[in-house]
Write a protein that binds this ligand. Sequence first.
Ligand SMILES: *Cc1c(COP(=O)(O)O)cnc(C)c1O
Length: 360
Amino acid sequence: MGRVYNFSAGPAVLPEEVLREAAAEMLDYHGTGMSVMEMSHRSKAFGEIIDTAEQDIRDLMGIPDNYRVLFLQGGASQQFAMIPMNLMKNRVADYIVTGQWAKKAAKEAEKYGKVNRIASSEDKTFSYIPDCSDLPVSEDADYVYICENNTIYGTKFKKLPDTKGKTLVADVSSCFLSEPVDVTKYGIIYGGAQKNIGPAGVVIVIIREDLITEDVLPGTPTMLAYKTHADAKSLYNTPPAYGIYMCGKVFKWIKSQGGLGAMKEKNEKKAKLLYDFLDQSRLFKGTVVPEDRSLMNVPFVTGDEDLDAKFVKEAKEAGLENLKGHRTVGGMRASIYNAMPYEGVAALVEFMKKFEEENL
Ligand SMILES: *Cc1c(COP(=O)(O)O)cnc(C)c1O
């Protein structure tokens, strides 16, 4: 049984080279006689793994010295609570609601303070990014929150909102390391690893140092204070060690591909192939306004639910897996993350052409 082209939104495809390397090191990591899974997180070998991983993501993203990189657990969803617990000094925050993940984050933050939803695209089922050039940012807002790439709906902020000087917090789970980024524009950039980086179980938080304080909301658990993890260099307790090791391998792989500039070029080329096909197709149609299209998640429909289901089934038989859209929106979605090769997207487009001929 060979490998399929896996279009899953997450957990998602990983670079084959990375998986092969991990397989080769499975029983004996670098002469230690044990797997990384079996090793103390306080060992010298693991210390080198986590330090190297941090340095590599710093190199890739150009992370300035006044930002910390934390490798945490609890998924992106745990950050929905951790962010307000740590940042809501005035108990006010502004949220831009561009999809289910931002909506969930806003709802969670409401447990801790006042949440102002200062923009939304829910009126058109999140098929676009609202104009964020002159928002009614609250005077006492502790931060402005966005979900930068909307995994379910396939939209992406091409321009960051004008936060009028307030701290920007961004969930980048599904666009992490997909293109160059100016870290200095954000207070916090965070994401779950299982979309574009590594296995599930790791969430990476890049946070500006001045936001790491002891002054958190009363009752904040020790494990949910950024300071706990920053002070202990992500080793306060047992971290998701194997996942961090895999993330580190992916960072090296991205470096070997030429870094984030090269990733962006490849991602644009892949996405263009699929969007260009969708734009001229007589059967399939993209669901997002062209100017806000994501490079990572591409939703599309035929307009007929039965035909969508037939497409997903036949695609699977042809080795193109996990093309079913999110359960809340239906249709199809192709997630074409960093590790999806151009050939995978080309195979999908060829299959779509054939399906269109047979079903029109
Ligand atoms: C998948 C996803 C989440 C949820 O991630 P978990 O790690 O499952 O909590 C949050 N935000 C975005 C943008 C996602 O794509």
